[in-house]
Write a protein that binds this ligand. Structure first.
Ligand code: PA5
Length: 447
């Protein structure tokens, strides 16, 4: 059952009915572009049917592999970057205890991450942790050639082999990559690692419901079947409702109407800190999909009420090019009430007896009204609770929303040509073969 709602009350005072109608009129054609594979990048639409095409055997295999790894690992290292990292982390942080590494009694496998930066301090400190822990790892790279995870994996592989010996190390490494291309596939074949394949028709940032996300998520002890069921509910809902009443279409239409009215920056907001990596994942999804050809909404994120004490001033009174999208969670999974104090020295007795979530929700309502009054339109996505199912729904919601929005913006939502620029410069400056001319030109500029 679909529970995600998009409440557009708070954008109606910013865009005219005609502007909304203009984009609503485009929505059926945009759905057609996606389902009939008529648009740019149409060979990357595999994500559309991933939930419905997932077999029970596949889920079982992922779960079995995860169980094997959990049994022998106090720590599981996920080596990847961008789309090969953010989806797994987003789901894991949404659905596990927020202090799991500190309260862990030794029976839960802790997930840590590598290959998503090139900080020497980070990696050395990670190795210090791994010196004293039983661990295994997944190395994830669709292309199999990305520098950050490749460097981290080379170092971690050495560490693992020194710790356990070459043969045992092989049983502690899983590779997730393209079916034939790339250095990682060659390495995995040579070393006989357990390997999962990412299909050609699913791009990195749309790959969370493939082994890229599902294996680490299962190792974290999360019910991947429920996650996929949530996404499936949203897949079916979208398939059956290819019109402007669809909540996903409403989100895409609102974004485009606001963007064309000068609201070029979107802040994804949640009042639940456990959703902060959902926002990181969302930023990649929307940033890489729409930010091209001199166009696109700039995706940012905040956790409230935390960031109301740092970014609140700007949002309320700064440059008026912002809108907010709130992921509003109806029901928390824990309960605590504010106690009554005899002396009321902190003057909080007026809210004594209330649940903290009630105060949090009141802060949410108060902030929405203040920001809307301050010239910041709000879109509200309401989910009933944070669970594997609703996170699955949300993932598909945002993926479809992104494809619709990208096509309405008339860009290819499935490529990322701009990501190559820094890589070429880095390869040149590092002295990689074939980049000599670029290296000479760059050195002139940084003399
Ligand atoms: O969305 C994308 O395709 C990229 O951001 C990639 O996910 C990221 O660059 C990592 O690539 P790879 O999985 O090939 O290592």
């Amino acid at each position: 059952m679909i529970q995600t709602k998009t409440n557009l009350k708070h954008i109606r005072s910013f865009v005219t009915d005609e502007q909304l109608l203009e984009y609503e009129n485009k929505i059926e054609n945009t759905f057609k572009t996606i389902y009939d594979k008529l648009g740019a990048g149409n060979d990357f639409l595999g994500w559309v049917t991933l939930p419905s095409e997932m077999t029970k055997d596949f889920i079982k295999d992922i779960k079995n592999q995860a169980e094997l790894l959990r049994k022998k690992s106090e720590v599981f290292v996920v080596v990847g970057i961008g789309g090969s990292y953010l989806g797994a982390r987003a789901v894991i942080e949404s659905l596990t205890h927020q202090f799991s590494s500190l309260i862990n009694k030794g029976d839960e496998t802790q997930i840590v991450y590598a290959g998503h930066n090139m900080s020497e301090d980070y990696l050395v400190e990670l190795l210090e942790l791994l010196d004293n822990k039983d661990y295994s790892m997944a190395v994830i790279s669709k292309s199999g050639t990305t520098t950050e995870p490749a460097v981290a994996f080379r170092i971690l592989k050495n560490h693992l082999e020194n710790k356990y010996g070459k043969e045992e190390a092989k049983t502690r490494i899983v590779a997730i990559t393209d079916k034939e291309r790339g250095a990682l596939k060659t390495l995995a074949n040579t070393e006989c690692y357990k390997t999962y394949i990412v299909s050609d028709n699913v791009g990195g940032r749309y790959s969370v419901l493939t082994p890229v996300g599902l294996l680490p998520i299962a190792v974290a002890g999360i019910d991947i079947e429920e996650l996929v069921n949530g996404a499936l509910a949203m897949e079916n809902y979208c398939k059956e409702n290819r019109n402007s009443d669809n909540v996903v279409a409403k989100y895409a239409v609102a974004r485009q109407a606001l963007y064309h009215d000068g609201k070029t920056n979107e802040i994804l907001v949640s009042y639940e800190p456990r959703l902060s990596y959902i926002a990181e994942w969302w930023k990649q999804l929307y940033g890489e999909s729409e930010g091209k050809e001199g166009k696109g909404i700039f995706p940012a994120s905040d956790i409230f009420t935390t960031d109301l004490h740092s970014m609140g001033q700007y949002i309320q009174e700064g440059l008026r090019n912002l809108f907010e999208t709130i992921i509003s969670v109806e029901k928390p999974s824990r309960e605590i009430r504010i106690p009554l104090a005899d002396n009321d020295l902190d003057q909080l007795n007026y809210i004594a007896g209330k649940r903290l979530s009630e105060v949090n929700r009141t802060a949410e309502t108060a902030t929405i009204l203040a920001h809307v009054d301050g010239g910041v339109p709000n879109i509200i996505i309401q989910i009933p609770e944070i669970s594997a199912r609703t996170i699955g729904e949300l993932i598909y919601f945002f993926e479809m929303g992104c494809a619709l929005s990208g096509y309405m913006l008339e860009v290819n939502p499935f490529d990322q040509p701009g990501v190559e620029a820094y890589k070429k410069n880095m390869f040149a400056l590092l002295g990689k073969k074939g980049f000599e001319e670029r290296a000479a030109a760059l050195r002139e500029r940084i003399k």
